[in-house]
Design a protein. Structure first.
Length: 273
């Protein structure tokens, strides 16, 4: 594990987590301080270093410990009432939060983020200029880069255990089409675009339409325009279409922000943008 900004006390608490509870005031203070760092963006569960996703195991341990050392408590937002161990987020400096948006304490949004009525779980991170559109979900510890659009109903899966498991990562300038799902630590590389309804898991097979070449599983390549597809596989009971991700083409550098170019590519192949 790379050097974490979170106190190593969290590792000590993790080793004796079975005996911890809300009555452990010192443990609670240490864990709250760690999750506060995540909430403020001073720490994050994972980041891309070079070409690799590096997970801060200590950050994930702090989140898991929060469920051990925090009491159930009632809270309210207007007429809505909640009972939970993890409160709602209260710090939104420079973030536009539309009524109906929900973000849990321990998640972080950089200034310039727009939260439409959506849900961001603890440990989630959303970069500047990104929009979490209506009914989209940023699961626990999912990492969203800058200038990303998560369209309506998009689901980014969460991950907490095992602590070293890699979360979902959507890199800068990506576009995730409506009702798409990215789960199990799958990765959407910089500038990639997923058409509506695409499914990307850690084991999803990825193919290039032009060449038929198979690429790394569970990864939408950089600047690739991708759609959900299927490939025929034979089973004892017959032949069935198994889901895959199909790369239609690659955008040129500088086209990352051109949604009109993306729409043209999708329409050319009979896919709704």
């Amino acid at each position: 594990m790379s050097e974490s900004p979170i106190s190593p006390v969290v590792d000590e608490l993790w080793e004796r987590r079975a005996e911890l509870g809300p009555a452990d005031a010192d443990a609670r203070r240490a864990v709250v301080a760690a999750v506060d760092q995540l909430d403020a963006g001073q720490a994050r569960v994972a980041s891309v270093v070079g070409d690799e996703v590096v997970v801060d195991e200590r950050a994930k341990r702090a989140i898991l410990l929060a469920f051990k050392v925090l009491d159930m408590a009632e809270s309210a937002a207007g007429d809505f009432r909640y009972v939970d161990r993890v409160p709602l987020k209260t710090r939104f400096e420079g973030v536009r939060v539309v009524p109906g948006a929900i973000a849990r304490w321990g998640s972080h949004m950089e200034p310039g983020v727009v939260l439409m009525p959506s849900y961001t779980n603890i440990g989630g991170y959303v970069g500047s200029g990104s929009m979490v559109d209506t009914w989209a979900t940023v699961g626990s510890c999912a990492q969203v880069g800058r200038n990303v659009h998560l369209s309506g109903g998009v689901g980014l899966g969460g991950v907490l255990e095992p602590p070293q498991a890699a979360p979902v990562v959507v890199e800068d300038d990506a576009f995730i089409g409506s009702r798409s799902m990215v789960v199990e630590g799958a990765r959407v590389r910089r500038g990639a675009k997923l058409g509506a309804g695409a499914i990307l898991t850690a084991s999803t097979r990825v193919f290039e339409a032009e060449t038929g070449a198979e690429l790394a599983r569970g990864v939408a390549p950089e600047r690739a325009v991708c759609v959900g597809s299927s490939r025929v596989k034979s089973f004892p009971g017959g032949e069935f279409g198994m889901p895959c991700l199909l790369v239609l083409r690659y955008l040129e550098p500088g086209q990352e922000h051109d949604k009109l170019a993306l729409n043209d590519v999708l329409r050319e192949h009979g896919v709704a943008p």
